[in-house]
Ligand binder design. Structure first.
Ligand code: ATP
Ligand code: MG
Length: 400
């Protein structure tokens, strides 16, 4: 299973070689393969220029051509093929906008961030490991390629990446590298929030998040990141892997800061998921009766409730009230959901129009309340979901 992705990509590397160029697997896939971890996507590095790659293959997409990356479409799958490149001229502690292509593998791996990410491998599974990345994998440690301070000065994102690899891989960061992280951390203020968020999503969800989150706080990384800098991060404790959305929701429930989400520049869907989680974090502890439980299960997604319940330990650690496990637990919410007579308002046997017609009145703000009352009466089984019963209830209870 582990080799499968490499084997599938092999014909691409072979074809590049048949045209007289070098081609290797490189980066995360080689690292994960050597660690016995599952590999998820393959990066190919080559001495051929983007133009030469486009000449070699029939189907290509120039996805990041100016940076040297061409997508080769092979057997309906996309493979990123990137030309060996050296990076110079870093401006404002960000990756350079200009790169130049080289013909030498050594120069390509030399510009990579950590030794464990700088190992190339050919189609016979021979590795080209100029910076002792394999030793560092064995020793479970994260070390920059070259002088740490210089590498972080060039591109400060590497600091956050190093901490996210510590979290994901459960590795230690070697002293020189960690000290340089602490020294250079303020440079992350120049990075785009989008690049940082990509790394934070992986960091917060890693098995060793407990340590890397402590390290993030220790080097005061959050002081330089939009959104987070508005929060008192000393009050935030993360000791188990979480989804990014739950993490942000937890912080907002703990320290409500108006309009702060904007600064994260995440998608509207993510924002609304987070808002949903904030609501659930606040509502679940207030659920005290069977009736409350039914309402919550009806109003929210089961999987969202489950997500919040799984984070109970973390919520508690962060001073937030949690749901009563005797009332709300994985079993009780599933059972409650299975017993719901309807799952959405659309399933009601009567809609707003029917009620207006029945009462022969004009619509108004009262209608929303009435529909909600009917819906609650149906889900708590105080009323059957039939037009007849609902309209009888309307006659008895609605005065307009
Ligand atoms: P993942 O398994 O999460 O994809 P990865 O190591 O493949 O981890 P990517 O962000 O996909 O990480 O980057 C691919 C490779 O590109 C890295 O392994 C590293 O060699 C190089 N790289 C990525 N970002 C940087 C950076 N900011 N500075 C230097 N090298 C980098
Ligand atoms: Mg990758």
């Amino acid at each position: 299973m582990r080799y499968e992705l490499f084997e599938r990509a092999k014909p691409i590397l072979n074809q590049i070689q048949q045209h007289g160029f070098e081609a290797y697997y490189v980066g995360g896939s080689v690292r994960d393969y050597l660690m016995g971890r599952e590999i998820h996507d393959i990066d190919i590095t080559t001495s051929a220029t983007p133009d030469e790659i486009e000449d070699i293959f029939d189907k290509t997409i120039p996805i990041g051509k100016e940076h040297g990356t061409i997508n080769v479409v092979y057997n309906d799958e996309n493979y990123e093929v990137t030309t060996f490149r050296a990076e110079e001229d870093y401006v404002d502690h960000r990756r350079p906008s200009e790169v130049h292509f080289v013909r030498d593998l050594y120069q390509d791996v030399q510009r990579r961030d950590f030794t464990i990410n700088a190992i190339a491998m050919d189609t016979n599974y021979n590795t080209y490991d100029y910076f002792d990345g394999e030793d560092d994998i064995k020793a479970k440690q994260i070390r920059t390629v070259g002088v740490a301070r210089e590498r972080f000065e060039e591109d400060a994102l590497r600091i956050i990446r190093g901490l996210r690899f510590q979290s994901q891989l459960n590795f230690q960061i070697v002293n020189e590298t960690f000290e340089a992280m602490a020294t250079q951390i303020s440079d992350i203020q120049y990075l785009s929030i989008e690049r940082i968020v990509v790394e934070l999503k992986k960091l917060i969800n890693g098995i060793n998040v407990s340590e890397s989150f402590k390290n993030m706080k220790e080097i005061q990384a959050f002081n330089y990141i939009p959104f987070f800098k508005a929060f008192n991060m000393n009050k935030v404790f993360i000791n188990e892997p979480l989804s990014f959305e739950i993490w942000i929701a937890l912080m907002l429930a703990q320290q409500p800061i108006e309009d702060s989400l904007k600064a994260l520049k995440i998608s509207n869907l993510e924002k609304s998921n987070i808002q949903n989680f904030v609501n659930l974090i606040k509502i679940l502890p207030k659920v005290e009766s069977k009736q409350d439980l039914i309402t919550v299960v009806y109003d929210y997604n089961l999987s969202d409730i489950e997500c919040v319940l799984t984070a109970n330990d973390t919520l508690k650690e962060n001073g937030l009230e949690i749901a009563n496990p005797l009332i709300i637990n994985a079993t009780s919410i599933k059972e409650t959901d299975a017993q719901l007579p309807i799952h959405t308002r659309k399933e009601m046997d009567v809609n707003g129009g029917d009620i207006i017609k029945h009462l022969q009145v004009k619509s108004g703000p009262w209608l929303k309340d009435v529909l909600r009352q009917i819906e609650l009466a149906i889900i708590t089984q105080q009323m059957n979901n039939t037009k007849l019963e609902i309209l009888e209830w309307v006659d008895a209870n609605v005065k307009v």
